[in-house]
Design a protein around this ligand. Structure first.
Ligand code: CP
Ligand code: NVA
Length: 309
């Protein structure tokens, strides 16, 4: 049984298989209606539970449509509508869900919750975002970069600008598994989790923590950022001030390679982490990046259920 809680579990071979499948299935769907089932209907008869402790637009819709296109079905609910919301344990929830569905996608506040679900469930568990990581989004980012730049992600160099948050953590993990260089331009006091960085370094990851946005983006192929205040976070008064010089502007993008791609997992706060001219400009790949959540998650579901890789 394969969980998709952390990127490293799948390893480079697993992530490569997922990316290849996502590119192939996306090309095969060209011109087809969004609700059409893929010709091979590989998850016919399968049910996915999608459970949300936090709001979501992209993750919710992309997983639901992904299962429809694979020939399966979904049950989408908020955790608050389940007995989980009134104290039924995560372990008991895992035991029950394993009797009803073939896989569980969970978005939750604490990373420990999804680890506990994975420890008890007898069906695959997929991480739809925790306070620590967002691996499905990172996979969509890798896919988008390969699509835009036309080369394997391992041959690219990335900069992250802003908060050392859950997205930054998954890109650190992705960089160390897939072998791309990642420079993080983050303010002092907002570094990524030291355990995540140490694990990536032990894996041989080429990860640099810099506190200067210009040095971070110098000559890179990809510039990525995210909101300065993540869901459920209190924003200390001085945080926005500390982040200000890490805003992605056209002046900052000018220090990246001329072909550089701008990524943002969305939702965006124009005028905070990125200016409108960048996110709405020609270097931005954010709408393809959002669409690719669908294609890559189809491949993640197929990997989890043993159909590929
Ligand atoms: N990027 C992302 O995960 O978006 P949602 O919060 O809308 O799912
Ligand atoms: N870092 C953001 C990502 C949202 C998709 C958050 O956790 O709110």
């Amino acid at each position: 049984m394969r969980h998709f809680i952390d990127l490293a579990t799948a390893g480079r071979g697993g992530l490569r298989a997922i990316l290849d499948e996502a590119h192939r299935r996306k090309a095969d769907r060209s011109g087809r209606a969004k609700g059409d089932v893929d010709a091979d209907a590989p998850l016919s008869g399968h049910v996915l539970a999608c459970i949300f402790e936090k709001p979501s637009t992209r993750t919710r819709f992309s997983f639901d449509v992904a299962m429809r296109q694979l020939g399966g079905t979904t049950i989408v609910t908020s955790a608050g509508e389940m007995q989980l919301g009134r104290g039924e344990t995560v372990g008991d929830t895992a035991r029950i869900l394993s009797r009803f569905v073939d896989a569980v996608m969970l978005r939750c506040a604490s990373h420990a919750t999804i680890e506990e679900l994975g420890n008890v469930a007898t069906v695959p568990v997929i991480n739809g975002l925790t306070d620590l990581t967002h691996p499905c989004q990172a996979m969509a980012d890798l896919m988008t970069v390969e699509e835009r730049l036309g080369r394997p992600v391992g041959d690219t160099c990335w900069a992250w600008c802003g908060d050392g948050n859950n997205m930054a953590h998954s890109l650190i993990e992705a960089a160390s598994v897939m072998g791309f260089e990642l420079r993080l331009g983050v303010p002092h006091g907002y570094d990524p989790d030291s355990g995540v960085v140490a694990t990536a370094a032990a894996r041989g990851g080429n990860i640099d923590i810099l506190h200067d946005p210009r040095a971070a983006v110098d000559g890179v192929d990809v510039v990525a950022t995210d909101t300065w205040v993540s869901m459920g976070q209190a924003a200390p008064k001085d945080k926005l001030g500390a982040m200000a010089k890490f805003q992605v502007t056209s002046a900052l993008m000018a220090h990246a390679a001329p072909h550089a791609v701008f990524l943002h997992c969305l939702p965006v706060h124009r005028g905070e982490e990125v200016t409108a001219d960048v996110i709405d400009g020609p270097q931005s790949a954010v709408w393809d990046e959002a669409e690719n959540r669908l294609h890559v998650q189809k491949a993640i579901l197929l990997w989890c259920l043993g159909k590929i890789g």
